[in-house]
Ligand binder design. Sequence first.
Ligand code: BES
Ligand code: MN
Ligand code: ZN
Length: 502
Amino acid sequence: MRVEAWAKAPDAVRTPLLVVPVTRGMDVSKHPVVDGLDRLAGGVLARAVAAGDFQGNEGDRVMGYGSRAWGPARVLFLGIGGRDALGAGTFREAGGKAVRAAEKYRLQSLGFCLAHLDGGEPGRWAQAAAEGLVLASWCFDELKSALGGDGGEPPEPPVEVAIIVVGDSPEGAGGVRIGAAFAAGENRARTLQARPGNVATPSHLAREAVRIADEAGLAWEVLGPSEMEAERMGALLSVARGSDEEPRLIILRHDGGGVGSPPLVLVGKGLTFDAGGISIKPAKGMEEMKYDMSGGAAVLGAMLAIGRLKLPVNVIGIVPSTENLLNGSATKPGDVVRSRAGKTIEVVNTDAEGRLILADALDYASRWDPAAIVDCATLTGACVVALGHHHSAVLGTEPELVAELRSAGSMAGQPCWPLPLGREYRAQLESDCADLKNIGGRAAGTITAACFLSEFLGDVPWAHLDIAGTAYGKTKKSYLRDGPLGNPCRLLLEWVRMRADT
Ligand code: BES
Ligand code: MN
Ligand code: ZN
């Protein structure tokens, strides 16, 4: 979707649909802009208000048709609730509803008005509206042929253009630019997530990463099996052994900060299909394990936006990528492997593979002396049990970093919630024959997984996001669709932006 910020009056936007958010209690007949738009639409809003049908509550809506040949052909007034409760979430949701309305009428473009809402946080609101509009316009149809389907109505064509009316607010125009870039990055992540395991292999992810680097002006490097051997990445390689597809370690670099200024490192689990290995998973629901590369996708999407926006900070994105399958060479339960850091790991359960590939990637990241490392991974089913689908788990070595990620998450509408990370959990990873084992038993599965990762970090400030319950699945958000959710791409971006500002 192409997004433009519009400085002129809303009634001058030539658009098939102008969406106008209205707060509860707004005196619409006295509001010059809203009243003007309502007159243009034949006075539907004033009459709906008089009839008591429209109060500006969330879910209230009324549409009128433009009475002039120029300007908006339709005006949709959308209730968004009380003024005091307005926030980024309100406008992301409204942007999503605007696109769904355009889809319903099979329109390819729409306008979204913000210019009539004074006060508040115009930059944040415009950013959120742009995010909602762009995220809502995403769909995944590259694998649908014209032949298939049930012969019914063809699907709605995607909405291609959004004009966001921000008036003469420079914060508004800036917000539109940021929101559109964040959401485009996240949409790219969602497309990668949506691709099935036979398409999105590790080498496919690496090729896509190179394309992203070209589009966003990033430096890149990709390691294959022989480079991994040379780096002695025995943990990552032990997972890849069971598969015919070669593993990749993808590195993207954005040099936006000062030369020599320590980078932020984002690491994402890029497991393109997790069958569990020899400790094979049950068949039911296994197809969802194509989403086990969601963390990697979020990092690649974030790097795309960071590069395009030229954020003034150094950022490195790292995605270890492999399949976790089973063949005659596959790692077996009880096998001991040596990680790049030199620590030996007893692989008691081959399905606890994410921590193995992340161990080598996190250790590799230390070569840049990072200011901080944040990793994200669909790491444990236990996280879904603990927090369900509305919060990712966040665990880290520094309370400040955890606090930053929580605030970035709530700004982005991708919230995360802390779990403790104490040395006392380390006992669960004691192995009889190696330095540690890769599972810690039933108790506190998300914490022991993070505890395992912490063994490979030295003293770099680090935090881990477990996104097993939040990266994909069903959603009630107007701007998303069931399936790949892009989480935590916007969270990472808000965090990087926060760090860039300081
Ligand atoms: N990719 C899975 C975690 C997962 C489970 C993500 C469900 C999304 C939904 C991970 O590799 C895994 O299999 N973890 C095991 C760890 C266990 C063997 C200690 C798990 O959670 O069952
Ligand atoms: Mn697994
Ligand atoms: Zn996995």
